[in-house]
Design a protein around this ligand. Structure first.
Ligand code: SF4
Ligand code: SF4
Length: 448
């Protein structure tokens, strides 16, 4: 390695997570809220296929650049399975060729699930792939924005994909977006994913979609499909209630895990809630590296790995500044917020509001984040206490109902606008006195 690259290595973060898009934005579906389909315009005339040469250069450089014993190759799109199995067979061969002694390599692939068959699932099993599958809830909700190019439902195909993953014992998690169509049905979504899909690991990703012609992070208008901050907060609160009563230690919801880590004084471990970002770049099919999946725009192109080694791109001033801007642009309102330790102002792509005192850069989801974090503060403290005492945080499922029962008289006496007796700092009507806004698909009003 030349001295230039050697010094770049010290500038680059010791570990980072590249998500490669070997087929670029090409996908067999045409989901309404997809932020990536429009990226086709960045490469007019391209076939959107990563060549074996680029794959080999990437594999070698990615492994060389990391100073940790375990690395993850992330594959995404578009739909990465449209590259065909031979591409991934080669990827595994190259990983073996360049793997450092003792290094563990994990492959994580995000798919819409519709292309999966026995051959794919056998391959995933043989090579321990971790599969992320996109499902937005039961049929009615999944079909709202996810469909093929002609607008047809793909729900049955996705569920067939899930069954195949289970048949071959492939480890999978569910990525569920939260948007205008499913936000009012948190329990339908959660129970479906838990009971019918059998998901143990679930991510709830808010759809906050800019309404503009460019497809870039420009302007402050969002589409009607976007979830509101308030909806997102209540969506998480209703699911949290269900989870904290029954599923702790059994179902892992990413934002609950992240919160527990933060309450325990650890790093959140998810870029959205980290203080800085810049360690999760995107590799496009032609070797172009962009700062982040949500900033695949000419302005955020860091360089091409066929011209500049990946380690230099990761250590470059441009990428460093991208990462630091997240912290440095934080408005005072966030800097002084009691939930900064877990939230850190959220993802910069969603910072399109002004704070109450007029400063720009407040997260569009702030209202939801604040309410949700206030609501879970008490259970989080209880779980952390259990952890620190060497006991299992699953004890929360017994402790919380006992504590709530002790407060029941105060709950009964509280006025709607009083502070909630649980100590969350929220008004009673937004906390333990809230009537769940949740609708049920059957039309039933929710329990409680
Ligand atoms: S911009 Fe948002 S999605 Fe991208 S790395 Fe930063 S926090 Fe993560
Ligand atoms: S909850 Fe709102 S004010 Fe607090 S850090 Fe997050 S975005 Fe900022």
């Amino acid at each position: 390695m030349d001295p230039m690259t050697e010094s770049a290595k010290t500038e680059a973060p010791p570990a980072f997570h590249v998500m490669a898009k070997p087929r670029g934005p090409i996908c067999n579906l045409g989901c309404d809220y997809c932020y990536y389909l429009s990226k086709e315009r960045l490469y007019p005339g391209s076939q959107f296929r990563m060549t074996p040469e680029i794959l080999e250069a990437y594999t070698r450089q990615y492994i060389e650049a990391q100073r940790v014993p375990e690395i993850t190759f992330g594959w995404q799109g578009g739909e990465p399975t449209l590259m065909g199995l031979d591409f991934f067979r080669l990827a595994i061969e190259l990983q073996e060729k360049y793997r450092k002694p003792g290094m563990r390599i994990i492959n994580a692939l995000q798919t819409n699930g519709t292309t999966l068959n026995d051959e794919w699932c056998q391959f995933f099993r043989d090579h321990n792939f971790l599969i992320g599958i996109s499902i937005d809830g039961p049929r009615e909700l999944h079909d709202a924005y996810r469909h093929d190019k002609a607008g047809n439902s793909v729900f049955d195909k996705v569920m067939r994909g899930v069954e195949l993953l289970k048949k071959y014992n492939v480890e999978f998690n569910v990525l569920c977006t939260v948007h205008a169509a499913n936000a009012e049905y948190p329990l339908d979504v959660y129970e479906f994913l838990r009971d019918e899909v059998g998901a143990q690991f679930i991510q709830f990703i808010p759809i906050v979609e800019r309404d503009n012609e460019t497809g870039f992070q420009e302007g402050t208008k969002v589409t009607k499909r976007s979830v509101t901050g308030r909806q997102y907060g209540y969506f998480l609160m209703d699911i949290f209630d269900e989870w904290v009563q029954r599923d702790v230690g059994r179902v892992f919801v990413q934002i609950f895990d992240v919160a527990l880590a933060a309450w325990a004084g650890l790093r959140p471990g998810l870029c959205v809630f980290e203080e800085t970002c810049g360690t999760a770049p995107i590799l496009e099919h032609n070797g172009d590296l962009y700062a982040c999946d949500h900033f695949v725009e000419p302005k955020y192109l860091v360089g091409n790995i066929m011209e500049t080694p990946l380690v230099e791109l990761m250590g470059s001033e441009k990428q460093r500044q991208f990462g630091l801007a997240k912290r440095d642009m934080l408005p005072r309102y966030c800097r002084e917020c009691k939930y900064r330790f877990v939230c850190n102002g959220g993802c910069p792509k969603n910072r399109i509001l002004r704070t109450p005192d007029g400063e720009p850069g407040l997260n569009y989801l702030c209202e939801g984040y604040r309410t949700f974090f206030a609501y879970i503060d008490r259970p989080m403290r209880i779980m952390v206490n259990e952890l620190r005492a060497g006991r299992s945080p699953t004890n929360i499922m017994y402790i919380l109902p006992r504590e709530d029962a002790k407060l029941s008289r105060e709950f009964a006496r509280a006025g709607r606008n009083d502070p909630c007796p649980c100590g969350s700092g929220l008004k009673f009507k937004y906390c333990h006195g809230r009537r769940r806004r949740t609708k049920r698909l059957t039309g039933r009003r929710e329990r409680r």
